[in-house]
Design a binder for this molecule. Structure first.
Ligand SMILES: *[C@@H]1O[C@H](CO)[C@@H](O)[C@H](O)[C@H]1NC(C)=O
Ligand SMILES: *[C@@H]1O[C@H](CO)[C@@H](O)[C@H](O)[C@H]1NC(C)=O
Ligand SMILES: *[C@@H]1O[C@H](CO)[C@@H](O)[C@H](O)[C@H]1NC(C)=O
Ligand SMILES: *[C@@H]1O[C@H](CO)[C@@H](O)[C@H](O)[C@H]1NC(C)=O
Ligand SMILES: [Zn+2]
Length: 490
């Protein structure tokens, strides 16, 4: 059970990595064992391996015809940084990426030299202080992204060093299954995908479900968002950056809201320096163990160089949508056949750090996951465009996205359903480990929110639309109900 898994502090006792191996070609099943077991995933056209010394000699050379092997000088975390797809620009070039690296490097270096001791106080946190003793270094650059070596002291504030159109994904501290051993499905077992497809095939409009969905209130969603951003009079939250002390105010408030609805939440601690996430679970009376996880990230990111991150859209919208679903469940006495977790992640903005840790914990404990749906950025609508629901163009299990799209037509026909290439969010952590997952997002196509990764991401502005958040909440609620086997009463 999930409650037994929380509060684990990290033991990053991985074997010492000596080199980063990158190849554009997918791994073959014939890989030498020690290389296969060092696989760390796929990053915009690059397959990454963190390989140890004993492994880096002859066996890897076969791969190197079309790849690169870069020695690592430290045991720092390797983080990929690449485009989040903000606008329909021409494809980025190696020169663009190297220019971005110059910005990151010079910002980190000037923080180190200008502020010295001040940095410790301005970044201070209840339980942790950044000691800016070293800056990140560039391990490898391609036209689709940068691989950086990031000291653990910098990781919690890495986002503040990045230009807004770049987003990080930390390479997991554990190895991932090779995609080729399962075909091209992110390693999701066939039976799990078939189960979701079967649910889609048998969907029927349910008037009781629709009646519950219709009680989701845009007004309540907006009030919750305004608490999380500090826009409400009774809230003094300045930031939900994972590393900002105010994050804990948001954490406690969400926990209280859930508690008032009769839903217990447990804090999830995973890495030094990061505010805890929250796992709010509803267990069935009988012993089913097929978990359904609906998630959002409670943390946020501000403007370049700033820890002020009110995040009304990213991801106050997804967080408030989870509260709206919890309210619908609680007020209508809904119970489930399968365990349900409403998860509030943190460390998303520094590279999916909590979700990566959590998904790995589930994997290690052999927990069965039927589905994860991550809600990240639901509230911004370009004035004049229709209400929309976007599913991932590539970073999804197709059967999961089809289910959500079909439910959208049944319960929120006002939404125009399409696809987005926006990258990246916490569902990726689940997919990489072979758990069925998808994401719901606000816009078909590119990220258009002008306040994306900006300290001005408040709800009181043109284009911020709680009606769209409400419509998408109806769809994720219906998805949860269908997959987790809902019933009313008791
Ligand atoms: C598919 O779903 C239907 C309706 O829920 C169910 O009766 C049937 O057993 C399912 N089939 C499989 C193969 O799971
Ligand atoms: C939920 O259960 C409570 C307590 O049993 C009851 O008072 C209430 O009417 C129920 N609400 C709904 C919508 O069924
Ligand atoms: C993991 O769980 C599945 C059922 O979900 C079970 O069949 C399998 O034996 C378990 N494996 C381990 C190593 O416990
Ligand atoms: C509904 O699901 C089917 C697959 O079962 C898919 O072909 C179809 O495109 C889906 N509908 C929408 C609106 O995506
Ligand atoms: Zn986000």
């Amino acid at each position: 059970m999930l409650t037994a898994l929380v509060c684990l502090l990290p033991t990053l006792a991985t074997a010492r990595a000596h080199s980063l191996l990158l190849t554009p070609s997918a791994p073959s099943d014939a890989l030498h064992d020690c290389i296969a077991s060092s696989y760390r995933g796929h990053y915009a056209g690059q397959h990454a391996y963190l390989i140890t010394k004993g492994c880096s000699s002859s066996a890897s050379l076969g791969l190197l015809d079309s790849g690169s092997l870069t020695p690592l000088e430290s045991e720092d975390r390797i983080v990929w940084v690449g485009p989040s797809n903000v606008r329909p620009s021409t494809p980025s070039t190696l020169q663009d990426m190297l220019s971005a690296w110059e910005i990151i490097d010079s910002t980190a270096s000037s923080l180190l030299s200008q502020h010295g001791e001040d940095v410790q106080t301005s970044f201070s946190h209840d339980t942790y202080e950044v000691l800016l003793d070293r800056v990140p270094s560039l391990v490898h650059a391609t036209e689709t992204g940068l691989f950086l070596s990031v000291p653990s002291s910098i990781l919690p504030v890495l986002d503040t060093l990045l230009p807004p159109h770049l987003t990080p994904v930390a390479l997991p501290s554990y190895s991932l299954p090779l995609p080729s051993s399962y075909g091209n499905r992110w390693g999701v077992p066939e039976a799990k995908a078939a189960h979701l497809a079967n649910i889609t095939k048998h969907l029927q409009f349910n008037t009781r479900l629709a009646a519950i969905a219709s009680t989701i209130s845009a007004k309540e969603i907006l009030e919750d968002v305004r608490y999380l951003t500090g826009e409400r009079q009774d809230s003094d939250i300045q930031s939900r950056h994972s590393f900002h002390p105010d994050y804990l105010k948001a954490f406690s408030w969400v926990r209280r809201q859930m508690g008032a609805l009769g839903i217990e939440c447990s804090p999830y601690l995973y890495e030094e320096g990061f505010g805890p996430g929250l796992l709010c679970s509803i267990y069935p009376e009988t012993g089913s163990e097929d978990h359904v996880i609906i998630s959002a990230h409670l943390d946020s990111r501000g403007s370049f160089g700033s820890l002020r991150a009110p995040g009304a859209d990213d991801d106050g919208s997804g967080s408030a949508h989870l509260l709206a679903i919890a309210r619908a469940i609680s007020q209508h006495n809904v119970t489930f056949e399968h365990p349900v977790t409403l998860a509030f992640f943190t460390g998303e903005e520094q590279g999916l750090v909590m979700s990566s840790h959590f998904a790995h914990t589930l994997k290690k404990e052999n927990v069965s996951v039927q589905l994860n749906v991550q809600a990240d950025m639901l509230g911004y609508r370009v004035p004049g465009e229709p209400l929309q629901l976007a599913l991932p163009a590539t970073i999804d299990l197709p059967e999961a996205s089809f289910l959500v799209a079909n439910l959208s037509q049944l319960y929120a026909p006002e939404l125009v359903v399409g696809r987005t290439a926006a990258c990246c969010s916490d569902h990726q952590s689940f997919l990489q480990l072979g758990f069925p997952a998808t994401q719901v997002f606000e816009r078909n196509g590119w990220i258009a929110d002008p306040m994306y990764h900006n300290s001005g991401d408040l709800s009181d502005r043109e284009g911020y639309d709680a009606e769209q958040i409400k419509s998408i909440a109806k769809v994720t609620m219906a998805t949860l109900f269908e997959v987790a086997g809902w019933q009313q009463g008791k």
